[in-house]
Design a protein around this ligand. Structure first.
Ligand code: UFG
Length: 339
């Protein structure tokens, strides 16, 4: 199958391109390289032996996107990752987020309709649940008011997709990710945060590597066993594999509804301190950290109910927390070698 991966040089996109090619699908990547590097294509080629086709442009550009789809109407499925994703930045620049994340989606849906490409897998987030009333959180949990413009773009995007599907032949699967961490086992591709990382895992590995002085643990007064916040961390390769399963499900017409939603997590919650302990255990490194106040906007605890994805999608996360933290560390070390 020929699959378009938007944002395919990014963190999750690149791992998904690898898994698609490993499953004998043909990959074409569109990315404007706003938050990624073109040499990720070399990495994908090194791992799989195949260099994916690549076009560099901004999908928020209506004309360029329409032209792309006209030239590639043989695409059978689309996995749409391309989006801005920094929560804090979205609070400062909401219009930039709405323009980029929503315009690109609308342009892609238009291209799909005009060229009769029916299948879309959309990169969504557990952020749509906010702090859920019940844990683990199922796909039926209510959508809470978004904490940030970024989160709101995910909610609105799901609505735009759902409305478009109602009125057309299109089909969609929204995958709501919990917290993706880790890197490919070869350490050839991984997460490349630009500047100071916002997320926990890259901050941990950069601290251990001596790039940052100390990790700040945001809050130890939460209502959790050790007082630090709990998340459902999932290995990015497990996450990537779920995309292959989802796109095959669509193209092979196995869907039960025209728009389906799946949680992608492991079903296990780990506190910030537990992640630090896992990192120290798996790598043998000692991490310098200190407890500071809570970070505004953070939820206390969230982890996935994975039953629906396990049973209906036939996919299950396989890698444990130590494998995640160790692979993130190996990737961090490989970056040093590249410098
Ligand atoms: N944390 C720290 N110190 C840091 C960074 C993070 O203690 O330097 C803590 C956070 O407070 C949180 C946990 O580590 O408790 C995980 O934080 P991340 O920033 O890695 O992940 P989040 O759960 O905050 O973010 C994720 C996704 C976003 C999404 C958000 C919604 O990365 O895309 O969930 O809550 F918007």
């Amino acid at each position: 199958m020929k699959i378009l991966v938007t944002g395919g040089t990014g963190y999750i996109g690149s791992h998904t391109a690898v898994e698609l090619q490993n499953s004998d699908h043909e990959v074409i990547i569109v990315d404007n390289l706003s938050n990624s590097d073109k040499n990720v294509l070399d990495g994908i080629e090194k791992i799989t032996g195949i260099r994916p086709e690549f076009e560099e442009f901004n999908l928020a550009d209506k004309k360029k996107t329409a032209d792309f789809f006209k030239r590639h109407s043989d695409i059978e499925g689309i996995i749409h990752f391309a989006a801005y994703k920094a929560v804090g930045e979205s609070v400062e620049k909401p219009l930039m987020y709405y323009r980029n994340n929503l315009f690109s989606l609308v342009n892609i849906l238009q291209g799909m309709k005009d060229n009769h490409i029916p299948n879309l897998v959309f990169s969504s987030s557990c952020t749509v649940y906010g702090q859920p009333d019940e844990l683990p959180v199922t796909e039926k949990a209510p959508i809470k008011k978004a904490e940030s413009p970024y989160g709101n773009t995910k909610q609105i995007s799901e609505e735009i997709i759902s409305d478009t599907i109602e009125s057309s032949e299109l089909k969609g699967i929204a995958l709501r990710y919990f917290n993706p961490i880790g890197a490919h086992e070869t350490a050839i591709i991984g997460e490349l945060p630009i500047g100071v990382p916002n997320n926990l895992m890259p901050f941990i590995t950069q601290t251990a590597a001596g790039i940052r002085e100390s990790l700040r643990v945001f809050g130890d007064d939460y209502n959790t066993p050790d007082g630090t916040a709990i998340r459902d961390y999932i290995h990015v390769v497990d996450l990537a594999k779920a995309h292959v399963v989802a796109v095959e499900r669509m193209v092979n017409q196995k869907m039960k509804k025209d728009f389906e939603v799946f949680n992608l997590g492991t079903g296990n919650g780990y506190s910030v301190l537990e992640v630090i302990k896992s990192f120290e255990r798996s790598t043998g490194e000692k991490l310098n950290y200190k407890i500071v106040g809570r970070r505004p906007g953070d939820v206390e605890q969230v982890w996935a109910d994975t039953q629906f994805a396990n049973e209906e999608l036939g996919w299950k996360a396989e890698k444990g927390i130590d494998e995640m933290t160790l692979s993130a560390w190996k990737w961090q070390q490989s970056l040093k070698e590249k410098d």
